[in-house]
Design a protein around this ligand. Structure first.
Ligand code: HEC
Ligand code: HEC
Ligand code: HEC
Ligand code: HEC
Ligand code: HEC
Length: 397
């Protein structure tokens, strides 16, 4: 229990920081007067506005955000199931712990029961665009906010008829995403370390940030034509695709059969597995995900003679040395240490050797396949296996 209390005090601390800065910096009188043309736009001058209001003008951005996991963060059923589980085990305190990242407006509006529509919007437009400064550190967001009618963003010298704008270069940097994508349990065990995996890797030196991969430029209009004709024809995609985007997962990993040697019944196979596209470890985030490599030898007719398997994952154990596998247990601080971590670092290639003993036959083939595997605790508790790639090579005489 001491553990969870410390975890809670951390979040209460973060909450206090947020509330401290919660006083509006701009009074409504300073805001540009709304023109009649925008009579149906209702922006809250002292707090957060619903995303649908922003969507009246920023239509294309709104439609990409609407499909994002950020918009669904407190509502998606994988989260909901883990959240309920955690709630049954620990009670009320869980609300503050989980919602700090999944529905961050809950802490700012003291709406931990998610009664307000704006809280249920999860990580919404105004939450992100009210951030004036991101303070360092993980375990939930640490931001200084500007509430009201100033929208911070990556654009310079732009103006809007209904709100002020402020160029803020943090929006192009990984530190913007830091707070929620880094999490240490009260036992001091690094649970989510996506930000520091990026920071230790080769991408910062290349100037490649989270946004360069997760908010790629796609065709679209920043604001609807009838509001303002802007020259740019591209927007930053706000769907923030990641593990749930199959294309992005496929791009992240490469496999190659590097060598196949046969000595009568013995076949030696060398396979290279490369993290070619992810800016952090694969897999990253909550350690309930795995990458599985399967290498097998097939007969001419497709019958599998023998298979070898290798798993890449971070294994966390509890005080009894038992692996902790469920999202809710992981996030509630049950792990006390990392037992092993063989995930693949950015741009790293792992060379794996496998030895098979199979009957000598003509036209045999070696196949290698990689899968992304996750076991969410939902209705069906069986693991979800998604095949990312499969390559084949004939075995010489
Ligand atoms: C998770 C935080 C987050 C959320 C939620 C979010 N944005 Fe953004 N937004 C960003 C970041 C970061 C950038 C800068 C991306 C870049 O330059 O690489 C950005 C860029 C923008 C821009 C500048 C134009 C562009 O496409 O780069 C506008 C306008 C904007 N967002 C509006 C919105 C609206 C409207 C919503 C809700 C429908 C929204 N944002 C939701 C973080 C967010
Ligand atoms: C009446 C239309 C309208 C509404 C409603 C509106 N905006 Fe804007 N917004 C604009 C225009 C116009 C621009 C300037 C675009 C340009 O010139 O490229 C802009 C620019 C922005 C920028 C870029 C700021 C920068 O310096 O990078 C952000 C971020 C933004 N809006 C967020 C929001 C959010 C969040 C909401 C909802 C709370 C919202 N807007 C509501 C019209 C609107
Ligand atoms: C306020 C906290 C918060 C901030 C800020 C934030 N995220 Fe997230 N992010 C989350 C949460 C919570 C989820 C998980 C949502 C779920 O699955 O329920 C998530 C999920 C994701 C995913 C996974 C999507 C998938 O398809 O699996 C990616 C990628 C991501 N965020 C990238 C970013 C990037 C890039 C930024 C910075 C521009 C950012 N996030 C800022 C909290 C945040
Ligand atoms: C060089 C491109 C690149 C950069 C930089 C990058 N990512 Fe990713 N990210 C990917 C790819 C590709 C995937 C899909 C493969 C995977 O799931 O690991 C991914 C997956 C993710 C996921 C989903 C993990 C899962 O399994 O559900 C999250 C969350 C995420 N990234 C967050 C971030 C954050 C936060 C940053 C910045 C600190 C970042 N990424 C930087 C390319 C990148
Ligand atoms: C420090 C921020 C943070 C906190 C606190 C947090 N989460 Fe998350 N959560 C994330 C991020 C970021 C992701 C996105 C995937 C990843 O990084 O693995 C996520 C993803 C998840 C997922 C997987 C969702 C999916 O679609 O696959 C579940 C389930 C989850 N969280 C449950 C919880 C529960 C339950 C709590 C409270 C006990 C909690 N989270 C607290 C940041 C957080």
């Amino acid at each position: 229990m001491g553990t969870s209390k410390r975890l809670m005090s951390l979040f209460v601390g973060a909450l206090a920081v947020c509330i401290l800065f919660a006083s509006p910096r701009y009074s409504s009188s300073e805001a540009p007067p709304p023109k009649d043309k925008y009579a149906d736009v209702h922006l809250n001058p002292n707090g957060f506005s619903p995303s649908s209001e922003c969507g009246k003008c920023h239509k294309d951005i709104y439609s990409t955000w609407k499909n994002s996991l950020h918009a669904e963060a407190p509502n998606n059923f994988v989260f909901q199931t883990a959240y309920l589980q955690a709630y049954f085990e620990r009670g009320e305190e869980v609300r503050q712990v989980c919602l700090a990242c999944h529905a961050p407006i809950a802490a700012l509006n003291a709406d931990f029961k998610l009664t307000g529509e704006i809280t249920r919007e999860g990580i919404n437009c105004d939450y992100c665009h009210s951030i004036a400064e991101v303070q360092p550190g993980g375990n939930g967001p640490h931001n200084r906010f500007e509430f009201g009618l100033v929208k911070n963003g990556p654009l310079q010298n732009v103006s809007s008829p209904v709100h002020k704008t402020r160029y803020n270069e943090t929006f192009k940097e990984s530190r913007f995403c830091w707070g929620c994508h880094e999490f240490e349990t009260a036992n001091g065990v690094k649970l989510i370390e996506t930000y520091s995996e990026w920071a230790k890797g080769p991408y910062p030196a290349k100037g490649i940030h989270c946004q360069n991969c997760h908010m790629r430029k796609v065709s679209g209009k920043i604001v609807a034509e009838e509001v303002k004709a802007v020259p740019q024809k591209e927007i930053s995609s706000h769907d923030i695709a990641g593990g749930h985007s199959l294309t992005q997962r496929e791009e992240s990993i490469g496999i190659k059969i590097a060598q196949v040697n046969r000595f009568k019944q013995k076949v030696e196979v060398t396979v290279d597995v490369t993290n070619k596209g992810a800016g952090h470890m694969i897999p990253t985030g909550i350690p309930s995900k795995k990458i599985v490599l399967q290498v097998f030898i097939q007969s001419k007719t497709g019958e599998v003679h023998q298979m070898h398997q290798k798993t890449y994952q971070k294994v966390m154990v509890d005080a009894n040395g038992e692996p902790v596998v469920h999202d809710s247990d992981l996030l509630l601080g049950k792990p006390v240490r990392i037992l092993s971590d063989n995930r693949i670092a950015p741009l790293e290639t792992r060379r794996e050797k496998f030895t098979f003993f199979v009957p000598e036959e003509k036209d045999q083939k070696v196949s290698a396949a990689v899968f992304y595997s996750h076991t969410p605790r939902i209705v069906q508790p069986s693991p979800i296996h998604i095949k990312l790639h499969e390559v084949q090579q004939a075995i010489g005489p």
